[in-house]
Each structure stands twice: as C-alpha cells, then as structure tokens.
Design a protein around this ligand. Sequence first.
Ligand code: ZN
Ligand code: ZN
Length: 89
Amino acid sequence: MTKDEKKCLGKIADLGCSLCRHQGNEGTPAELHHIRRSGIRSRSPIIPLCPFHHRGANTSIHTGRKWFEKHYGITEEELLEQTKALLNE
Ligand SMILES: [Zn+2]
Ligand SMILES: [Zn+2]
C-alpha cells in the first residue's frame, strides 16, 4: 500500500460511520468496509461503518446486504456516494 492510499483510508475512517451519519449521529468511530463487486478486492470501494453496523450479528452489513437495505432504508452504494461527496469537500 502506498502512503497516499494509507492517507486516503485514514480520511475515510475519520469521517465516522456512514450509516450513523445517515441516522443523524456524526463521528461514530468507524472501521473500513469493502463493498464487494466482481473484480480485484483491493480495488473495491470502501465505506466507513462502526463495529455495530459493520459486523454486529443482527445489526450490520454483514448480516446481509438485502437485510441491511430493507432495515435501514439505504444501500451500500448510496452510502458510498455520500462518502465520496464528503471526501471531495
Ligand atoms: Zn454506525
Ligand atoms: Zn465489511
């Protein structure tokens, strides 16, 4: 990983959980979640999610993407768009 890439990942994490933000709670400490698409994993887009929303047993994106979208009313892709917009500010 290059220095720039590390810096970029740090910036993403510093935004705080994107779903908490969507729910009106900014700045929840976040982990990085790779959005799975076909292709190379290291190039997959990344969004910040707190542990609760990232890997909680029944509360997270890893519970299942469909479940997540239905339960929270927002998709990974929408969270990614939000994340990108914030990074460009
Ligand atoms: Zn969260
Ligand atoms: Zn993940």
